[in-house]
Ligand binder design. Structure first.
Ligand code: SF4
Length: 479
């Protein structure tokens, strides 16, 4: 039986349950054509688990609990989730000292910021903290732009499990968190301090399991899936690893989680899968950023644990095409994986090479051959697959856009994909692409958050009508 290591979770003497902390996943937005996707806030639940050893923690999933409460905030753009007033009512009843919000998706920042402003107006004494890909990677800009409103006090940078405990201690002791690495915060005079993130937790077994028990399974329904109809009556996204070695220029994964892939031990994977099964989850959606970059023995023990659980499972983190082999497809099929995501990205490998992806693929013809080979293997193994294509890369021509549509038609019509979704390329904070825009000064106004519309037009639908049955992705980190 796995025993929780003490490094991050041991209780401080006399310090149990000393503060009340409300953790919130805010409401989300979607375009009319977009699925109302709601994934599992795994990062926030992992932070909750660390904090519960020291403090009283309550969790509000505004996006999921208010899934059917929707309003049009501008033409064709909808906000869905609990109204901010409902979150404030929960705040009044719990009376927290600290509110922590997650924001990993750039497109949701407007909604998250609205909530933070409401909290500041309603309960000015409460300390506000944010974490997640978007706020972490744009921390300084966000705090600067918030200088007048001052509704956000602290941003946790990157992986927060190690910094959150000393940060809370400093808040509890009412002293400035000057000794806490990996945070950005505003001092009493309004000055912004950025204390760089130092290092990722080397061994994932040192962090506790996410606090899945804080999620009520009855709240999470099949319609929340963005990857086609799930087979279970509910589904839970899970991550068995962190990090991606590839470092594609449009993705935040490598910058946020690191280049080195870290993973849970077999014992922990089995423990986690068994825990979520016992909690009533019927399907596991594997969201590891680059599953096939894991060592083979790790892939195998994850697959074995999933098979032994008897739960439905699929892979939505994506398979890196050049790494797909007969053996890996056989392993997935044998363990019961019924669906995978193939991020094709772009028909022109030259464009991909400039973005540090598919460097192993020499030319467009070889890419097509690879797609044919991989999709044939998946079809033979009885595994469904869906794809994505990205458009809007720097230097892209009308001809390249036509090629992108042709690629979608090819995988849908000739290769048997369930569907293909299109994404705009965006210079998300934390990506190399954002750095390039800054560096090249091609369009600095496009990079500056101060010039951005309050709700980025990230999810504008580009999907031709006849492809609209495709699962619709809203990732800030397309795999
Ligand atoms: S897009 Fe996928 S392969 Fe590329 S860095 Fe991100 S997670 Fe890794």
């Amino acid at each position: 039986m796995w025993r929780r290591p003490l490094s991050l979770v041991e209780s401080r003497e006399g310090g149990n349950n000393s503060m009340r902390i409300l953790l919130v996943r805010p409401a989300q937005i979607r375009w009319r054509e977009e699925a109302r996707r709601v994934g599992t806030p795994t990062g926030l639940l992992s932070i909750a688990s660390v904090l519960q050893k020291y403090h009283d923690v309550e969790f509000v999933d505004a996006a999921a609990e208010g899934y059917r409460i929707e309003s049009e905030v501008k033409p064709d753009l909808f906000r869905f989730g609990l109204p901010d007033a409902e979150v404030l009512a929960r705040l009044d009843s719990f009376k927290p000292d600290v509110v922590g919000v997650t924001d990993s998706f750039t497109a949701y920042w407007g909604t998250t910021y609205d909530l933070l402003k409401s909290i500041r107006r309603h309960a000015p004494h409460v300390v506000t903290i944010a974490g997640g890909h978007h706020v972490s990677e744009a921390a300084e800009d966000i705090l600067r732009l918030d200088s007048e409103t001052r509704c956000l006090d602290i941003i946790v940078l990157k992986e927060g499990e190690a910094s959150i405990v000393p940060l809370m201690r400093s808040i509890e002791e009412r002293r400035a968190p000057v000794d806490v690495p990996g945070i950005a915060w505003r001092g009493p005079g309004g000055e912004i301090h950025v204390q760089p993130f130092r290092t990722w937790i080397p061994n994932l077994d040192d962090i506790p399991d996410p606090a899945w028990h804080l999620m009520r399974t009855s709240v999470y329904c099949k319609e929340m899936s963005h990857h086609g109809p799930p087979r279970g009556s509910n589904f839970l996204d899970m991550l068995f690893s962190r990090g991606c070695p590839t470092g594609c220029h449009y993705c935040t994964s490598t910058s946020y989680w690191g280049k080195r892939v870290r993973y849970f031990s077999e014992e922990r994977v089995r423990h986690q899968v068994e825990t979520v099964r016992a909690l009533g989850w019927k399907e596991i959606v594997v969201e590891d950023d680059n599953f096939l970059a894991l060592p083979r023995h790790v892939q195998r023990y994850i697959c074995r644990a999933l098979k032994d659980s008897g739960l439905h499972w699929c892979n939505d983190g994506g398979l890196y095409l050049p790494l797909v082999t007969e053996a890996s497809v056989e392993m997935l099929a044998e363990s019961g994986c019924y669906r995978v995501f193939l991020p094709l990205e772009h028909p022109r490998v030259g464009v991909m090479h400039r973005n540090h992806k598919y460097l192993q693929i020499p030319n467009d013809a070889a890419f097509r051959t690879l797609i044919r080979r991989v999709t044939r293997m998946l079809r033979s193994a009885g595994i469904e697959f869906y794809c994505s294509v990205m458009v809007g890369f720097e230097g892209e021509t009308c001809e390249a856009l036509c090629d992108a549509v042709a690629l979608a038609e090819f995988v849908n019509d000739e290769c048997g994909a369930m569907g293909t979704a299109f994404h705009w390329v965006q210079q998300f904070p934390g990506t190399q692409l954002a750095g390039n825009f800054k560096l090249w000064q091609i369009s600095p106004e496009m990079y500056s958050l101060s010039k951005m519309p309050s709700r980025w037009d990230v999810f504008s639908s580009l999907v031709p009508a006849r492809l609209r049955h495709a699962p619709s992705h809203q990732h800030s980190r397309p795999t």
